[in-house]
Design a protein around this ligand. Structure first.
Ligand SMILES: NC(=O)C1=CN([C@@H]2O[C@H](COP(=O)(O)OP(=O)(O)OC[C@H]3O[C@@H](n4cnc5c(N)ncnc54)[C@H](OP(=O)(O)O)[C@@H]3O)[C@@H](O)[C@H]2O)[C@@H](O)CC1
Ligand SMILES: Nc1ncnc2c1ncn2[C@@H]1O[C@H](COP(=O)(O)OP(=O)(O)O)[C@@H](O)[C@H]1O
Ligand SMILES: [K+]
Length: 501
C-alpha cells in the first residue's frame, strides 16, 4: 500500500499532466477503479452518490456512470448549480445517459433506499472545517443506515494530517486515487476512513513522488535487524539495562524484560525497587535482577541513581520508566539517568510523565527515545491529551523538536518522529488495547537499540514487530481480539522479527 500526503499527491498529479496526461484521463481511471472496488465489495442494487463542486465530485460522476453501466440504480446529488472542466464533462455524460440527478429535497428518500452511499463531496482540496451545505450533507451521510464508501478521503478529513476540524464522514471503506492519503492512516482520520484501498489511475513512475512520511512495512525495514553472527558472546549480542517496577508494580518490569529477551538481547539487567527484586528475580530466570534503594512507598528512590549508573556502564542501551511510580524522587532519578548515561535511553510510561516541565531531556545530547501514549505526551507538552489526540502528527513533531529526541506516539497509528524523519506504523490491532502491551513494546525497542540499531530505526522496527506479533496471535489462535493479554505477544515477537530478515 502506497501512502502519500495531499501535497505529494498534488505534485504527482501535476507532473503527470506536465507529461501530457490530461486531467480527465486521470479522473476517468480513478472513477473506473473506484467503481470496480464498490461493485466487488458491496454489489449494491441501489446507490446514492453525493458529489461536491471539485474534482472529488468529478470522480463521483465517473463512479455513478460506471455503476449505472453495471446495472445499479444510481441517484446523484450534485451540490453545485454549474460545473465546468472535467467534472462538468462527466456530469454532462450522466445527463445524456439519463442517470437520475436529484436535488436536496429528494436526499432523504435517496438515503433511505440506497444500499451504498458514495461520498464524493470533499477530497484533498478541502480547506478548513466543512461549510454549509457540505457540513449538513456529512451529517446526513453519517446518519444513513447504508454503508458509506468515501472517494479518496472521507469528506472533512484533512488528507495531509488526519485532523478533523469540524464534522467528517465516517466511512466503512475509503477508495483512494493512486495512493492512500496520509490523513487516512493517522487518527482520527484513520477511524473515519475505515478500510483503505488505493486504485491505479495511471500515474507514470516518472511522475511519482517519494513520501516524506514513511508508511512503515516489512519492505521499508528489511535488513535493518541484524542476525547474531560469530564471533559473539552474550555481551556483544546486546546488553540492556531495564529500570522498572516498584513494590506494587512488578508486572511492568517483567514484561519489559521478557519483551527484550525475545527481541534478541544477549543479556538483560533489571534494576528495580529493593522490595520488588526477590519476586522478580524468581520470575525472570535469565535476567540479572538488582534491588536498589527505595522510598517508604516501595518505589525506587533518588539515592538509587549511583547503583543504576554503575549498572548502565555495562549496558548498550537503557529502558527506564514502566512501573517506577511518580513524584520528585522518580523525576530526579530519570533526570540523573538522562545526564549520566551515554548509551541510548528509552523513556516510557512514568518516566515520561515525571519529565513534564523538566529540561533534562532537551539538554541531553546522546540518543534518546520517548514512547508516550496521547495522555503522557499531553503532559510532556503541557498541551493535554485531547490536543494530542486531535493533532497527532503535529504533536509528535513538536515534542521531537522541543526535546531534541526521537518520539514514538502510541495508538492505533503509532507515529515515530525524529528530526525531519517521520513514519506511521502499518501493523497492529485493536487487540493491543490492553494493559501491559506498551511495556512489551519498550522491551522490544530497547533490545533493538542494545543491538546497535539507531533509536529511530529501533523505534519504527520495534513498533512494527510489536503490531505484527498481535496480528500473528490473532491469525494463530482465531480467538476474539478482546482476549489478548500482553504476554501473549511474547512468543510471536521472534516470528515477527523473522519476517524482517
Ligand atoms: N486533479 C486530478 O487530476 C485528480 C484529482 N482527483 C480527485 O480530485 C480531488 C481533489 O479535487 P479538488 O482539488 O478539485 O478538490 P476537492 O477535494 O474536490 O474540493 C474542492 C471543492 O470543495 C469545496 N470546498 C473546499 N473547502 C471546503 C469547505 N471547508 N467547506 C465546503 N466546501 C469546501 C470547494 O469549494 P470552493 O472553496 O471552491 O467554494 C470545491 O468545490 C481528489 O481528492 C481526488 O478525488 C482524482 O480524480 C485523480 C485525478
Ligand atoms: N486501538 C489500538 N490499535 C492498535 N494498537 C493499539 C491500540 N490501542 C493501543 N495500542 C497499542 O498498545 C500499546 C499500549 O501501550 P500503553 O498505552 O503504554 O499500555 P501499557 O502502559 O498498559 O503497557 C501501544 O503499543 C499502542 O500503540
Ligand atoms: K470524499
Amino acid at each position: 500500500m502506497k501512502v502519500l500526503s495531499a501535497g505529494e499527491m498534488g505534485l504527482a498529479d501535476r507532473r503527470s499532466q506536465e507529461l501530457g496526461i490530461p486531467e480527465i484521463a486521470l479522473m476517468e481511471r480513478a472513477g473506473v477503479g473506484m467503481a470496480r472496488v464498490i461493485l466487488e465489495r458491496c454489489a449494491p442494487r441501489r446507490a446514492l452518490v453525493i458529489a461536491g463542486g471539485g474534482n472529488n465530485g468529478g470522480d463521483g460522476f465517473v463512479v455513478a456512470r460506471e455503476l449505472h453501466r453495471a446495472g445499479v440504480e444510481v441517484s446523484v446529488l450534485p451540490v453545485k448549480e454549474e460545473y465546468t472542466g472535467s467534472p462538468g464533462t462527466n456530469l454532462r455524460i450522466l445527463r445524456n445517459l439519463g442517470v437520475r440527478l436529484i436535488g436536496p429535497g429528494e436526499l432523504d428518500a435517496g438515503l433511505g433506499t440506497a444500499e451504498v452511499v458514495v461520498d464524493a463531496l470533499l477530497g484533498t482540496g478541502v480547506r478548513g472545517a466543512p461549510r454549509e451545505p457540505a457540513a449538513g450533507l456529512i451529517g446526513k451521510m453519517n446518519a444513513a443506515s447504508a454503508p458509506v464508501v468515501a472517494l479518496d478521503v472521507p469528506s472533512g478529513v484533512n488528507a495531509e494530517t488526519g485532523e478533523v476540524e469540524g464534522v467528517a464522514v465516517r466511512a466503512g471503506l475509503t477508495v483512494a486515487a493512486h495512493a492512500v492519503k496520509l490523513g487516512c492512516v493517522i487518527s482520527p482520520g484513520r477511524e473515519h476512513a475505515g478500510e483503505n484501498v488505493a486504485v491505479d489511475i495511471g500515474v507514470p513512475p516518472e511522475a511519482d513522488v517519494k513520501p516524506a512520511v514513511e508508511w512503515t512495512t516489512a519492505g521499508t525495514l528489511r535488513g535493518l535487524v541484524p542476525r547474531l553472527r560469530e564471533p559473539a558472546h552474550k555481551y556483544s549480542a546486546g546488553t540492556l539495562l531495564v529500570v522498572a517496577g516498584s513494590r506494587r508494580m512488578t508486572g511492568a518490569a517483567e514484561m519489559v524484560v521478557r519483551g527484550a529477551q525475545r527481541a534478541g538481547c544477549g543479556i538483560v539487567f533489571l534494576a528495580t525497587a529493593g522490595s520488588a527484586a526477590q519476586s522478580l528475580d524468581a520470575r525472570l530466570t535469565e535476567a540479572l535482577v538488582s534491588g536498589v534503594a527505595e522510598d517508604r512507598g516501595g518505589s525506587m528512590a533518588s539515592g538509587a541513581l549511583e547503583d543504576i549508573l554503575q549498572l548502565a556502564e555495562r549496558a548498550a542501551a537503557v529502558v527506564v520508566g514502566p512501573g517506577i511510580g511518580l513524584g520528585q524522587e522518580r523525576r530526579e532519578l530519570v533526570e540523573g539517568v538522562l545526564r549520566g548515561v551515554e548509551a541510548p535511553v528509552l523513556l516510557d510510561a512514568d518516566a515520561v510523565t515525571v519529565l513534564a516541565g523538566s529540561e533534562a531531556l532537551a539538554r541531553r545530547t546522546a540518543p534518546a527515545v520517548v514512547t508516550p501514549h496521547a495522555g503522557e505526551l499531553g503532559r510532556l507538552l503541557g498541551s493535554g491529551a485531547r490536543e494530542v489526540s486531535e493533532r497527532r502528527l503535529a504533536s509528535a513533531r513538536r515534542a521531537a523538536e522541543e526535546q531534541g529526541c526521537c518520539v514514538l506516539l502510541k495508538g492505533s497509528d503509532t507515529i515515530v518522529v525524529e528530526g525531519e524523519r517521520a513514519s506511521v506504523n502499518s501493523t497492529g490491532s485493536v487487540a493491543l488495547a490492553t494493559a501491559g502491551t506498551g511495556d512489551v513494546l519498550s522491551g522490544i525497542i530497547g533490545a533493538l537499540a542494545s543491538r546497535g540499531i539507531e533509536v529511530y530505526d529501533a523505534a519504527r522496527a520495534g513498533a512494527w514487530a510489536h503490531g505484527r506479533a498481535a496480528e500473528i496471535w490473532l491469525e494463530r489462535t482465531g480467538w476474539p481480539r478482546e482476549s489478548l493479554v500482553a504476554t501473549d505477544l511474547l512468543p510471536h515477537v521472534p516470528e515477527a522479527l523473522r519476517e524482517l530478515e
